[in-house]
Design a protein around this ligand. Structure first.
Ligand SMILES: Cc1cc2nc3c(=O)[nH]c(=O)nc-3n(C[C@H](O)[C@H](O)[C@H](O)COP(=O)(O)OP(=O)(O)OC[C@H]3O[C@@H](n4cnc5c(N)ncnc54)[C@H](O)[C@@H]3O)c2cc1C
Length: 370
């Protein structure tokens, strides 16, 4: 045994960083974050679409999305650098009537949503002129976040309060004795600790399996993102546009657009190379949903993993089988938005505050993610 810690957090993505942030806010000093990569943010937390989304998210996670979005709109002053937030809003378009239903639900929930008729949409967003939709729900509470600053801010705030961050070290497994966590086993050392948080993103299931805990059905799913070549007609203040029925979104990424075909392909944890077929998939969806964007040149592409539990549950809280093991995983396509809330719940669970166990996390999240 080379070291000890009160609490070890495995993974320095949004889940681990936010958990460490809240643990130290709640007064714990001896928190050790272990990250296998040379730098935090090499995976989903550094490669996502940066959209803070609360409009139209499944009802079961809406409270977390709302708490997370409020944190992002007005981050606490201990977050340095202060992550910028662009309150551009989101426009959810649909060919069916479900957008109307979303409008009603969002209005009832006090989300500051408006219904925009087709004419109004096309007046504001001329690139949607030939689009396949009747109207749409505009949610003004959604926006775009500087994700690199957010991740750094959470980690630095935790470190300023005493947390340590070890990079370039992989946890092989969580060690246990007599049904209790005793530490983590790295490739060539052991760190003794009575409490460990599994915030290992796409690796969370594998890590649990190697540690003798149930992997809880976590599946990493690959999704592609594209950035267009510069488009002089893009207005940086336009909202995020989401075609629910086509599974397609795009938003300004000055000087062009960022686009995703919302693909979902199971993939082993790890780095992901873009699949050339996904470009064709995107082109086909764009042609059908927003023909004015057909043929837009793409300058950059990448793919990364969203990790989902069955039915899209977030796994937050105490592992019911192994004492001392906690989860902040399975954040799917919402992990940036909800991280402040998910990290708070995980931290409170570690400290024994009454929150549901990992298996009861369906309290938070029963719906299927988009
Ligand atoms: C294409 C795409 C678009 C997305 N868009 C959005 C969006 O617009 N808005 C939104 O809210 N969310 C979005 N998401 C989801 C969001 O990015 C994720 O939910 C979130 O980043 C997950 O954070 P995490 O910390 O759980 O995982 P990760 O960011 O993957 O972090 C886990 C970390 O654990 C480390 N690790 C793993 N195993 C070990 C080990 N054994 N030892 C040490 N370290 C280990 C990994 O190296 C990694 O750094 C998107 C995701 C993708 C892929």
């Amino acid at each position: 045994v080379k070291g000890t810690a009160d609490i070890v957090v495995i993974g320095a993505g949004f889940a681990g960083a936010a958990t460490a942030y809240h643990l130290t806010r709640l007064g714990v000093r001896d928190v050790l974050i272990v990250e296998q990569e040379d730098l935090p943010g090499r995976h989903a937390s550094g490669r996502n679409a940066a959209m803070a989304r609360q409009t139209g998210v499944p009802a079961a996670i809406a409270p977390l999305a709302r708490e997370g979005a409020a944190f992002l709109r007005d981050p606490p002053t201990d977050l340095l650098p202060r992550p910028s937030y662009k309150g551009c809003g989101i426009l959810l378009l649909d060919e069916s009537r479900s957008a109307r239903a979303l409008h009603g639900a969002g209005w009832q929930a006090g989300l500051g949503v408006e219904w925009w008729e087709r004419d109004e949409i096309v007046r504001r967003l001329p690139h949607l002129r030939d689009g396949a939709f009747g109207g749409g729900v505009y949610g003004r509470g959604d926006g775009v976040v500087d994700i690199a600053a957010l991740l750094q801010g959470l980690l630095r705030a935790a470190q300023a309060r005493g947390a340590r961050l070890l990079t370039g070290l992989r946890v092989d497994r969580v060690a246990s004795q007599n049904g209790r966590v005793s530490g983590v086993v790295l490739d060539d050392e052991v760190i003794a600790s009575p409490r460990v948080v599994n915030a290992a993103g796409a690796w969370a299931g594998e890590l649990a399996r190697r540690s003798g805990a149930p992997p809880l059905g976590l599946v990493p799913m690959r999704r592609h993102l594209y950035v267009s070549a510069p488009l002089p007609w893009v207005d940086a203040s336009w909202p995020i546009v989401w075609f629910a029925s086509h599974g397609l979104y795009f938003r300004p990424e000055p000087p062009g657009l960022l686009l995703s075909p919302c693909d979902e392909t199971p993939h082993a944890p790890g780095a992901t190379a873009p699949d050339p077929l996904a470009r064709a998939h995107l082109a086909e969806k764009v042609k059908r949903a927003a023909p004015a964007l057909d043929g837009v040149a793409l300058a950059r592409e990448w793919a990364c993993l969203r990790t989902l539990a069955p039915d899209g549950h977030f796994l937050l809280g105490r592992d019911p089988g192994l004492e001392g093991l906690f989860w902040c995983a399975g954040l799917g396509g919402h992990g940036m938005t909800v991280c402040a809330a998910a990290g708070r719940i995980a931290a409170e669970a570690v400290l024994g505050h009454p929150v549901p166990s990992a298996h009861a996390a369906d309290l938070f999240h029963r719906a299927v993610l988009v």
